[in-house]
Every structure is written in C-alpha cells, then in structure tokens.
Design a protein around this ligand. Structure first.
Ligand SMILES: Nc1ncnc2c1ncn2[C@@H]1O[C@H](COP(=O)(O)OP(=O)(O)OP(=O)(O)O)[C@@H](O)[C@H]1O
Length: 725
C-alpha cells in the first residue's frame, strides 16, 4: 500500500531525528571520555606527593569531572522526545526546536534549545502575526521514534506548493491526553500568552494571575527553567526557591523542572520553609486564621520579652564587701530594658550589664568604692556569671512557642490583641499535640527572627587583654546574625492563600531576590485579602512589578467549568473567569443514594472505567477519615487519589468525584471558594456524590441552560444523571 502523506512526513522527520540522536550519542561519548580522563588523572596524581601545582591541577580536574558529570546527566535526561518542533520560515530556512541545543560536528545548529532567543518564534508566531513562520510543526515522539505530527499553517500565502499540513493541532492532543500522578512539561505546546510570561525579564516581581487551569503553575515552572538557562550564574549561586501549598502538590509538580533539565531549584511546601521542620498538618480554619494574622507579631514579641519558665526570680550575690540582691520586680525591669534594645539571644552581654547597673543603682555611694571597681568586683565572680547563664538561657523558637500552650502565659502575651475565644483556641491547639502545624511554621520563623542567633563562642583570650574581657568577649554585635538563607529568585505558587505571617516568612528568604508570584484571588482561602496584601507588599518592597493575566482554561472541559463558574459567581460576581475552550459533550453528573459509602464506591468505579488516567476523590475535611475506609480496595488503586477539598489546591485529575459539595461550601466562611477549587480539578469527568436538593437543582438548571447541550458527543453521555444510581 502507498504510504499516506502523514506516513511520508513522519518518515522524513524520522531521518532528521535519527541524525540528531547519532550526534547526541557522539556528544555523550565525548563527555564520558572527559570524565574518564579526569578520573584517570586523579589516580596518577594521588600516587605521589602533592605539590602546589598538582593541587591546582586536581582542582581543575575536579571542576572538569564535575562539569562532565552534570552535562552527561542533562544529555541523558533530555533524550526522551529531544526534538519536538520544527519551523519552516518564509525565507526557506528550517529550524528544529528541542529540549536542549545540539550542534553538528561543524558547529551548525541541528536543534535549538527552546529557551534560546532563536526559538521564541516557535511559541510566539500566530496566524495573525506569523513573524516570518510559514508552518509550525510539533513532532510527537516515543523515545527516539516519531509517532505523530501536528501542524499549524500560519502564513498560507507564503507556503510553497509542495508543503504538507497534517494533524489536528498539538494543543488539543496534549490537553485531551490522560493525566498521570505527576504534572508534565508543556514545552512543545506553550501558547503565545504563556511564552510572553516565561520570557519576561527576571528583575523585580512578576505576578501571574488567572483562573483555574490557565497554566499558571506550569508556566511559572517553565519560567524558572528559562531564568536558570538565561541567568545561570546568578540564579545557581543564590538559588531558586519554589514554594507551593502542600507536600502533595510539591510531589505533583516535582518532575517538571528536572524534565526540563533543571535540578538546582529548591522545592518546598509552606510547611517546610524553615530548615529542620517538616509540617504537613493544617490547623482547623478558625485557628489557622488567628495564627496567620499579623496580630501574632505582637503576641510573639511579648512572649519573647517574658522570662523563660523556671529562671531564677531573685539574684543574691556577695560582692563589694556586702550582700547584694535584686528581687523579681527589679529583675523584670532589667529584662524589659534589655529586650527592648536587643534581640534576646544576642543580648546576654547587655543583660549582664543591666544587672550590674541595677545593682550599682541600689548600692550606689554606700558601696564605698568607685563605680569601675564595683563593676570589676561583681563581674569577676563566677556566681555572677552562673546567675547570668541561668537567668538568660539561650532560647530556641520551638521552646518559646511551646510555652504558649499555657493559657495564662498566652493570655498575658495576647492581652488586648486577641479575643478570649481566640486565646482559648490557640492554647488548645498547642496543648493537644506537640506536632507543629503548617500554620505554626511562620510563627517559629518569626520567633527565630525575634530571638536572633546566639553569638559565636568567644575566641581564645589574649592573656594581656584583661580589660572587662568577660563582658566584652560575648559582645552581642561581634558576629552577624545568620539570618534565613537568601535566595536569588523566589517563585510562590497558590500565593492567594498565603497568610500575612507566611508572607513575612517568605520575605525574609527573598530579601535580595527577584520574584515570580502566581495566584488566583477567586480561589483564595484567606479571609482578609487586604491584610495579606499589606504583608505581601512589605515582603516585596518597592521592586518594580509586572503583571500578567492568563485567560484560557486549558484544564476543564467547558461543561465542567460552567458548573464551577456558576458556583463562584454566586459569591463573587466580579471574579474574572477564564474561557474553557474544549468541549467534550459530557456534563457533570450527580449520584445520590444511601449509604453514601456505596454511592461513592460506585462513582469511583465508574470513573475508573471511563477515564484512562487519574481519579480524584475530593472530600469535606470532616469526611476524610471515613472515606478512605469506605473506598476499601479502591483507595489503593494507583490511579485513585483521595484528598480534602482544601488540600486539592493545584492538583489535577482526569475525573473528579466531589463528595457532599454543599458540606464543603459550609465548612468555612470561604467554603464556596474551596468548593470552586474542588470543582475545577477535572479534565474530563466530574461527578458529585451525596448532597441536597439545592445542589441537584443547580446541576439540572445548568444543563438546561448550557450551550454545549447541542454539542453532545456520541459516546452516550447525555447530561446529568441526577437521582439514585
Ligand atoms: N500550553 C499548554 N499546553 C499543554 N498543556 C497545557 C498548556 N497550558 C496549560 N496546560 C495544562 O493545563 C493544566 C492546568 O495547568 P496548571 O495546573 O498550571 O494551571 P493553574 O492555572 O495553575 O491551575 P489552578 O490554579 O486551577 O491550580 C495542566 O495539565 C497543564 O499541563
């Protein structure tokens, strides 16, 4: 049989792709040789004495080997689907675009790196503005084999007569593909509005907003890869921090940057920002709201000023020929004066000075010795320094926060700042568990900042330097405080949910950074956007900002998004909503019936049959524990992901089964927004399970109104199945 046009085109492209892989193999072999050579040099060098020259050559060797190892890893990692695009230009030039740049033996480009300026037209050219491109071609590959081609003819007038145009469009093919448990890169199908954001300059603050499924996350990650490519020296030196809402979300996105050849970004959920603490549990809404509010700054700074539990409440000391004493009130006054001026952990010297000053004030002229002699006498006594150590112990943030589980202590710190019911709720949250919550992490960070790092231990003393050594050698200002590590670029996803205290925590890490901030106000779970905006502005300072809005919903079918849009409109009539361009003809459905467990299992089993990829079961928080047991064996299915609505932020499934939607909406004052999040997680199918008349009516009404009624497909799905299964 004659090969079809598309088969012929694929064969031609395969020839080119084969040439690229042959060249890639040569490059891999060459780099591997450099590595082997480096190792061999190391073996010889280490056999004898090492002279200074040898050290230099060993250093060079290590750098060479290190570079070769990294290069090899990149070359190997980018092998899969290395070439994905081709541009046929008006002037007859043909360019191939791929995951990395590849040149032939004569240094002529075989493939252009997608991030290079020469590749930009691959993403930016449109039929309205072809930018010299006649045909854009996306190659779909499995391993090294070309399996499909999708063309866009951008400039028909300029197309030569023999030019073929095949395929239905790469974007739709990508959007309808089954989803796995990890987000994939979109390097072959980045859209023009997205490309503009990816390539925006790195300086200052780039704010990306847009409704659900508009590609905010995936675009921000491609932007990180782009910036690492264009500004590798600055960004690798300082580091790139990527922050998301939960560990589940971080796992969902963790492959995107490596798949783009970037391994150097630090990915952390908001519960993992502080080194050494991994918090995954979220507090109930009412507690989270208090812990996140800026009022906690006052509470914490007062908590730091109060004496640690168990410190001595009286100073008794023999000095200057008499019994010296400071009582609890005098000690408290000295403490207040010191903490007002200093960070606690860096103030021990000052605390010692304050004690001596208080003693002198009490004794004064009666001491019968000049002030200098009095100070020298007191500070030469071990008993004095033992007291200072006990009275001013080094404090860790965890200790100070744990003290606030004591309702009396908390009430003193929060007096006039928090309401009594808020104080009760907080004290209970800290006394019922010793596991830190996600909302505790910014509080610990704030405390770390208030307390400061303890100074470095004193260096060995110079025996001649006897002048007030003991006070001087623990000088609080001697060593700079080791503040939180500063990153060169900070990328914050789902930023609409960050509490003011979380903004402060991130601000400390991005003090000298450029920022990319991603969010959708309509999905916000934070009840006081104005307070969060203030904290955000303080974190970002006066850096210049550029803002972008994404407007196309690439995730949801139009039928699914129509339901979600209806829900959000009820509470936020002005929310700018994206346009879902893909219709499937399959409307959201609803399943009722008792017991709920059976209905849920039935819904999940149906979805597993109907879609190829993942099925998300999205629950009200109150149902979380029950539902996993209801689902029985189904929960263990690799394709099934069980999550609460609150934790479903940023995730995506082929099918979503949303349990008791109205209960999700009632769970908190921002519950409707959380329900909006839950309803916008699915690409192909949405089923709601359990609920009330109101919910069924909403679905029914929506379908009768839906314009896509006329475009139902032939798969037998013809609207909502409200009622018993
Ligand atoms: N140009 C594109 N080509 C292919 N797929 C795309 C493109 N843009 C976005 N997508 C896909 O659309 C889906 C939604 O993207 P993403 O999760 O980044 O959206 P989002 O705006 O962060 O959503 P949300 O705010 O609802 O979490 C993902 O599967 C993503 O891969």
């Amino acid at each position: 049989m004659e090969p079809t046009t598309i088969e012929q085109e694929i064969r031609r492209e395969q020839e080119y792709v084969d040439r690229v892989y042959t060249r890639l193999d040569e490059m891999v072999e060459r780099v591997a040789e450099v590595r082997r050579d480096g190792h061999a040099r190391g073996l010889l060098d280490y056999t004898g004495e090492i002279k200074e020259d040898d050290y230099r050559s060993l250093f060079e060797r290590d750098a060479l080997v290190d570079h070769a190892v990294r290069r090899l890893a990149v070359l190997e990692a980018q092998r899969e689907g290395l070439v994905f695009g081709r541009l046929d230009q008006r002037d007859g030039e043909v360019r191939y675009v791929g995951r990395i740049g590849v040149r032939d033996a004569e240094h002529e480009p075989l493939v252009i790196d997608w991030r290079a300026p020469a590749a930009a037209t691959f993403y930016q050219a449109t039929a309205v503005e072809p930018m010299g491109v006649v045909r854009r071609r996306v190659l779909r590959c499995h391993g090294q084999r070309v399996v499909g081609i999708e063309d866009d003819l951008l400039d028909p007038q300029a197309a030569p007569p023999h030019m073929h145009v095949v395929g239905d469009g790469a974007l739709i093919a990508a959007l309808t593909a089954a989803r796995g448990r990890r987000m994939r890169d979109i390097v072959a199908t980045i859209q023009r509005e997205q490309d503009t954001i990816i390539r925006a300059p790195s300086s200052g603050v780039t704010i990306i907003s847009g409704g659900p499924g508009t590609g905010k996350t995936v675009v921000a990650l491609h932007r990180a890869a782009y910036l690492l490519y264009t500004e590798r020296r600055r960004l690798q030196g300082g580091g790139v921090l990527v922050v998301g809402p939960s560990p589940v979300f971080m796992t969902y996105i963790e492959r995107v940057l490596p798949s783009l050849g970037e391994h150097d970004a630090t990915l952390r959920s908001v519960g993992e920002i502080v080194d050494g603490i991994v918090a995954t549990r979220s507090d109930p809404y009412d507690v989270a709201v208090v812990k996140g509010s800026l009022r906690m700054r006052r509470v914490l700074s007062r908590a730091v000023r109060e004496a640690a539990p168990g410190v001595p409440r009286e100073l008794r000391l023999y000095g200057a020929g008499r019994q010296l004493r400071l009582d609890a009130d005098e000690l408290a006054a000295a403490r207040r004066a010191v903490v007002r001026r200093n960070r606690y952990n860096r103030a021990r010297t000052d605390a010692a000075r304050a004690l001596v000053a208080a003693l002198w004030r009490k004794v004064g002229e009666e001491a019968g010795v000049p002030r200098e002699d009095f100070i020298a006498d007191v500070t030469s006594r071990d008993a004095f320094w033992s007291f200072v150590q006990a009275w001013w112990p080094v404090l860790r943030p965890e200790e100070v926060l744990a003290w606030l589980a004591d309702p009396d202590r908390l009430a003193r710190a929060a007096d006039g700042v928090l309401r009594p019911d808020e104080i009760d709720a907080l004290a209970r949250s800290w006394s019922t568990t010793d596991e830190w919550s996600v909302e505790d992490v910014p509080l610990l960070d704030e405390l770390a900042w208030l307390l400061g790092e303890p100074p470095e231990p004193p260096r060995p003393q110079d025996p001649d330097d006897t002048d007030d050594v003991r006070i001087g050698d623990v000088n609080a200002d001697a060593a700079p405080a080791r503040e939180a590590d500063g990153y060169a670029h900070v990328l914050v996803d789902e930023a609409q949910d960050l509490s003011p205290m979380q903004w402060r925590m991130l601000g400390r890490r991005g003090r000298y950074a450029s920022w990319t901030i991603v969010g959708d106000p309509a999905q916000s779970a934070w009840p006081d956007p104005a307070e969060a905006a203030r904290a955000r502005d303080a974190a970002l300072g006066d850096r210049p900002r550029r803002e972008y809005q994404l407007t196309t919903n690439y995730r949801n079918s139009a039928e699914i998004f129509a339901l979600a849009a209806d829900v959000i409109r009820a509470v936020d009539s002005d929310a700018p909503l994206p346009r879902a361009v893909r219709t499937t003809g399959v409307h959201p459905t609803h399943l009722d019936g008792e017991p709920l467990a059976d209905t849920l299992r039935d819904a999940v089993a149906r979805m597993l049959e109907e879609v190829e990829g993942t099925v998300g079961v999205i629950l009200p928080t109150a149902r979380q524990a029950e539902a996993t047991s209801w689902l029985d064996g189904l929960a263990a299915d690799d394709r099934v992901v069980v999550t609460t609505a609150r934790a479903s932020k940023g995730l995506e499934f082929d099918a979503a089964v949303v349990v008791e939607p109205e209960a999700i909406a009632r769970e908190s004052p921002v519950g409707t927004r959380t329900l909006y999040v839950a309803l916008t997680r699915a690409t192909q199918r949405l089923v709601t399970v359990g609920g009330d008349e109101k919910w069924r009516a909403r679905l029914g009404e929506l379908v009768t109104r839906s314009p896509s009624d006329e475009t139902r497909d032939s798969s037998g799905h013809d609207g909502p199945a409200a009622g018993a299964p």
